[in-house]
Design a protein around this ligand. Structure first.
Ligand code: PMP
Length: 455
């Protein structure tokens, strides 16, 4: 271990990492799709630096935008005053978000954007006088971030069950996890259709309807990750699912919160996943790709209907008392403006479409491997679920550490990926080139055979 690695081990407590097993790995720089470690080895950034990077690293236009802003001011508060890039960005964002969203509330990370949406939904009903509406409706297997509010509406027991005594009560609907649906035995692998159609009784939706019927007077909002339950292992929702959810919410006066933190900014092939089924949420959370993967910035969007419920005389106490030290940071906003300009100038979404098709084709090759249970793809997000027994869908044991081993094997071949359970996740930057994408899939394919073959 070199000096830096020793200090890393000595001082840093890494997020979502079992530190006992952690082997220091230090990145020094990046260029386009590549990350370079302190020894000069380069790695393809196959997880977009945790699903944030869009146009690659050291993108000239974003570098320049940040430098230009830095020459003016690095930070000034948004509490009661504004700064130039925060205003300019807000206007740009409102022009592209779905439905009637027309107000921008800034924060720094996805979890905070969700936290804000939760507090806004709750206070909206408080301000409107429906004080009994204090509960949320969420979906099992959902992941909305790691702060206490976001964990309360999260449905992944691995990440969430430890904190149960600290959480507020939430009603949970069944996850639209077709591969492991208890009601549908005929589900077959459907690589590449975005989103795919199902021929079933929609039992998962019926359960939501039941829950809503019983509790609708106390529910203030429902939160969903439109189209993809990402952190649960790229669980792709069938076509029509989110539209049905929207309908249920509308019919029962329940606000709809769309968490587009993972799927927003092009990951599904459209700017926002809500566009696929023309979903018009009341609140929407975004983060990750908003700055092209440069700086921490997130946004909670609200409709005028929500915003107006917070207006009043100071003594009426309708104000939204929320905000952070770095809310609306000018450097972060400047990088987000540059990011959006590149989307337009380089036609990022148009150029993405053939790459999505290549990804589908490459994924097809995995279908017949004996350890591949399910392959899920939504646009430029994909997950390969590995199982011990393809017929029974029996998972590997946690102690087999299958996916961790596969990712370490991939690293030997200059590819950086990070699994979710036993799901191999493929979320490269949107600007990845087709040969690089093919290389990525080839490395994963060989690593799966090498590691699973030994089991
Ligand atoms: N919502 C979703 C759907 C996510 O996937 C994530 C993170 N993976 C978050 C919220 C939390 O975002 P952050 O890590 O930026 O707090």
């Amino acid at each position: 271990m070199n000096n830096l690695e020793q200090k890393d081990k000595k001082y840093i407590w890494h997020p979502f990492t079992q530190m006992r097993e952690y082997k220091s790995f230090v990145i020094e720089k990046g260029k386009r799709m590549w990350l370079y470690d302190i020894y000069g080895n380069k790695y393809l950034d196959g997880i977009s630096s945790l699903w944030v990077n869009v146009h690659g690293h050291r993108k000239k236009e974003i570098d320049n935008a940040i430098n230009k802003q830095l020459a003016k001011i690095a930070h000034s508060t948004l509490l009661g005053i504004a700064n130039v890039p925060s205003v300019e960005l807000a206007e740009k964002l409102i022009k592209i978000v779905p439905g009637k969203l027309c107000k921008v509330f800034y924060s720094e990370d996805g979890a905070e954007a969700v936290e804000i949406a939760i507090k806004m939904a709750y206070q909206y009903w408080q301000n409107k006088g429906e004080k009994q509406r204090t509960k949320f409706l969420a979906v099992k297997n959902a992941y909305h971030g790691d702060t206490i509010g976001a964990v309360s509406v999260g449905g992944m027991s691995l990440f969430h069950s430890k904190y149960k005594p600290l959480l507020f009560k939430t009603y949970f609907a069944t996850s639209p996890y077709c591969y492991r649906c208890p009601n549908c035995k005929s589900f077959t692998n459907i690589v590449g259709r975005i989103p795919y159609k199902v021929n079933c009784n929609w039992d998962c939706i019926k359960k939501i309807e039941k829950l809503v019927k019983k509790h609708k007077k106390e529910i203030c909002a429902m939160i969903i990750e439109p189209l993809v339950q990402a952190a649960a292992g790229i669980i792709v929702m069938p076509q029509g699912y989110i539209k049905k959810i929207e309908q249920i919410c509308k019919e029962n006066k329940i606000l709809l919160i769309a968490d587009e933190v993972a799927v927003g900014f092009g990951r599904t092939g459209k700017m926002f996943a809500c566009e696929y089924e023309n979903i018009k949420p009341d609140l929407m959370a975004v983060g990750k790709g908003i700055t092209g993967g440069y700086l921490p910035l997130a946004v909670t969007f609200a409709t005028n209907e929500i915003y107006n419920a917070f207006l009043g005389k100071l003594e009426e106490q309708k104000t939204f008392y929320h905000g952070h030290s770095y809310t609306g940071n000018p450097l972060a906003c400047a990088s987000a403006i540059a990011n959006l300009n590149i989307f337009k100038k380089e036609k990022t979404l148009e150029k993405l479409q053939p790459k999505i098709k290549v990804l589908s084709k490459e994924l097809e090759k995995f279908k017949n491997l004996p350890w591949v249970g399910d392959i899920r793809q939504c646009g430029f997000m994909a997950g390969i679920e590995l199982v011990k027994n393809k017929n029974t869908k029996e998972p590997f044991k946690i102690t087999d550490k299958i996916s961790v081993k596969i990712c370490l094997e991939a690293r030997k071949h200059r590819l950086l990926i990070r699994p979710l359970g036993d799901v191999i996740v493929i979320i490269p930057p949107l600007a990845i080139e087709i040969p690089q994408l093919r290389y990525m899939l080839k490395v994963i394919y060989q690593a799966v055979i090498k590691i699973c073959g030994k089991q």
